[in-house]
Design a protein around this ligand. Structure first.
Ligand SMILES: Cc1cc2nc3c(=O)[nH]c(=O)nc-3n(C[C@H](O)[C@H](O)[C@H](O)COP(=O)(O)OP(=O)(O)OC[C@H]3O[C@@H](n4cnc5c(N)ncnc54)[C@H](O)[C@@H]3O)c2cc1C
Length: 419
């Protein structure tokens, strides 16, 4: 391949875009990343930071349909809709619920597991010896429950995890507080995963450090808002942005929840929704839990980060344009107080981000069906931080004409293209 054939642009500098960019660079490509903001400022900045191979259990599992009404009417529940947005997302909801059958969930879990397995090792490989590695830490990951009955209710998920090689240890009674003394003793039961898990002490800084590493190895980062992919002679040929137009040879679309409009411009409709999530960051929590902890009933994670204790989770369906609803996010504060009785909640910041969500919980990773020079890496909903490095490696190998490290067929865009 000559130099021009090795030029490639990546749209999006989140964890997915940067992982693609670094892996392409390692395989000899001349890579330019374009983002409207600085690297890492999208969904990748405010997540819970957990690098969790155990997150291969899809969200739309058997039983979810029965649980949704209770979750919606619970004043502290983890899910909310803006009702006027619902009509527009009905087809997505319908398809999402269709994937709640046991057979589908197990097939999806296989697809997710291929992406989430060895996640910590993949992060280490991506960061190499650079500063990025200092933002990632190995650690146990704890799921806490108020009763053994609550744990038994999630037995199906734990079986699925064990089936995919996740080793678990159950803690009961006082063992829970012995493991994490800051926790309220009303948590009577927990499951701890000690192998292969970890977390980022600042996911935003992690992506920024990856971007710096990429630049110091010759990669280019351009700050520009992409408005359109221009097609000339039936080939996507340039990006039209707010600061001018940039020619392109090949393009990876990794613009997170904002990717669908670009796919539509290319004639490929992807049913991508924003699953809005929130965090609150307590700057002086007054307690120091050591590990990320998933509160199973509240469906959120408390993670000790460099600049405070972060509570991240919740799901809100309101589209890409609506303002954040920080009243809804306030539920995280109530949960924080009940989870850690000695917590200081006086000084906190709030954040909302858009998880890129497809109705079958699997991302799209691979080549466009319409244009040979277009590739997709999007739709990583709850697992983008965990699976970003593997996604980037596999896609770069595909683009370089090598056999990808995992079978990419479960993530093909073909599944959404009407025949
Ligand atoms: C509350 C919460 C908690 C989470 N916790 C975890 C967790 O613990 N572990 C985990 O693995 N995952 C977690 N996730 C999911 C994870 O954060 C996402 O899957 C991941 O960040 C998606 O990365 P991305 O690169 O696809 O998107 P983004 O990070 O959103 O990056 C997309 C980029 O595209 C750019 N862009 C968009 N449109 C344009 C345009 N027109 N022109 C130029 N640039 C554009 C944006 O500026 C952005 O930088 C969580 C998510 C949330 C919301």
């Amino acid at each position: 391949m000559n130099r021009q054939q090795r030029e490639i642009t990546v749209l999006g500098a989140g964890i997915i875009g940067m992982a693609c960019a670094i892996n392409l660079q390692r395989l000899g490509f001349y890579v330019t990343v374009v983002d409207q903001n600085e690297p890492g400022e999208g969904c990748s900045s405010g997540n819970a930071g957990v690098i969790a191979p155990c997150a291969m259990v899809p969200v739309n599992t058997p039983g979810l349909l029965k649980e949704i009404p209770a979750m919606l009417f619970d004043p502290l529940g983890p899910i909310a809709f803006r009702w006027k947005y619902v009509p527009q997302m009905l087809p997505w909801i319908f398809n999402y619920l269709k994937n709640c059958q046991t057979s589908k969930a197990e097939q999806i879990a296989d697809g997710l597991s291929a992406l989430t397995s060895n996640a910590l090792k993949e992060h280490r490989n991506l960061a190499g010896n650079g500063e990025a590695s200092s933002w990632v830490r190995p650690s146990p990951y704890l799921y806490i429950y108020e009763s053994e009955a609550a744990l038994v209710k999630e037995d199906y998920f734990w079986k699925l995890r064990r089936l995919h090689g996740i080793s678990t240890r159950v803690l009961k009674g006082s063992e829970v507080q012995e493991f994490e003394p800051a926790l309220n003793p009303h948590f009577k039961c927990a499951v701890v995963m000690e192998d292969g898990h970890g977390f980022s002490t600042d996911p935003n800084q992690l992506v920024k450090a990856l971007a710096l590493q990429f630049q110091s190895n010759g990669g280019k980062v351009i700050q520009a808002e992409v408005q359109q992919i221009k097609i000339i002679n039936q080939k996507p040929s340039s990006l039209i942005t707010n600061v001018g137009s940039f020619p392109l040879q090949r393009l990876v679309i990794a613009a997170g929840a904002f990717s669908a409009k670009f796919a539509t411009q290319l004639g490929e409709r992807i049913p991508l929704e924003s699953e809005r999530g929130y965090h609150i960051m307590l700057k002086n929590p007054g307690i120091a839990p050591r590990y990320p902890i998933m509160n199973s009933s509240g469906k959120f994670v408390a993670t000790p980060m460099k600049s405070g204790l972060r509570f991240a989770g919740l799901v809100e369906f309101a589209g890409l344009a609506a303002n954040p609803n920080y009243k809804f996010a306030g539920r995280l504060i109530t949960h924080a107080k009940s989870m850690f009785p000695l917590i200081n909640i006086n000084d906190f910041t709030e954040w909302m981000g858009h998880r890129p969500a497809l109705p079958d919980s699997l991302p799209v990773i691979g080549q466009s069906t319409k244009f040979e020079n277009i590739f997709y890496a999007l739709g990583h909903h709850h697992i983008g931080l965990t699976s970003g490095p593997k996604t980037g490696r596999a896609l770069a190998e595909l683009i370089a004409g090598q056999t990808p490290c995992i079978d990419l067929s479960p993530y093909s865009i073909q599944r959404f293209i009407r025949k």
